[in-house]
Design a protein around this ligand. Sequence first.
Ligand code: KG4
Ligand code: ZN
Length: 346
Amino acid sequence: MIVLGIETSCDETGLALFDGQQNRLLAHRLYSQIELHAEYGGVVPELASRDHVRKLTPLCRQLLADAGLSPADLGGIAYTAGPGLAGALMVGASFAVALSLALGVPNIAVHHLEGHLLAPMLEDTPPEFPFLALLVSGGHSQLISVSGIGRYELLGESLDDAAGEAFDKVAKMMNLGYPGGPRVAGLAEEGDADALPFPRPMTDRPGLDMSFSGLKTATLNHLQREQAPTREYLANVAAGFQKAVIDTLVIKCRRALKQTGLKRLVVAGGVSANRQLRECLQQELGAIGASVFYARQEFCTDNGAMIAYAGCQRLLAGENSGVEVRAIPRWPLATLSAPGAAPAGD
Ligand code: KG4
Ligand code: ZN
């Protein structure tokens, strides 16, 4: 079964073709709206929706041409139904359901975070179940025990800002522009992470919840202390902030691995593209005998490939989301069930 995956939950229009029989990604295309939103310093939801409308059809045509396929070759359509921006989700959902009706093939409403979580399955050495997952994106920071596809137990999460959100807000404070994560990470490369003091929030008490808003305040205080900060000072602030986020995540992951007895860690979501985070987790958790898995850099942030893969697993199990156009802006991951457990067309 060849599945078309469609991702439009935020500021990326992502499309991909995944072959379920061959267990192989055939092609993928991504259009990023970064330029569109850059002048506003963040994503403008209405502009995002309108741009998805403009880009979906041409991208879909190009994608099929890349793979040398026609719409009649598609065996199913997978789309991100949530969580995300309501209007942006609605665009992908309507496109997907309309196409599935026109072609007479099933469609499946995919959870965006399940997509992120399963993205490392597209790599040459995919993780085996069970594993611990650290999901760090613009909207979520969660530690999840994963015993199989659709079998997710939330162990801890951020009580305030998500890790990616903290990166984005710090970038804004420093006038680095949007999107913040890669820009703070870039500046941090030049800095000394130990030059300024930063807290490691909630690491001195037990539990797996996280908090990043205090770190944001500490960053603001460092920035306000200097009237005319040099580039070196700003790089030290960026490096110190980034190190504090990474240390906090490493401590929580180590604690969660210990608590669950799991030996594999999957790191997913936009922040998992961060080079230093990848290196630190690999080093620190490798030292206690855990294996760490990531998606390739381009599949850490939003993309269609992860949606095609996740949707394909559910379509192969006989699931079908039917004619209802589903856009679910808030959708807890733990409410999902294993593929095939949900009745077809419910
Ligand atoms: O998964 P994603 O593309 O979208 C959501 O589902 O939220 O994640 C986007 C987030 C943004 O907050 C962005 O700043 C952050 O991931 N991000 C990074 C890096 N690349 C993206 N954060 C830190 N370092 C990076 N290299
Ligand atoms: Zn995402």
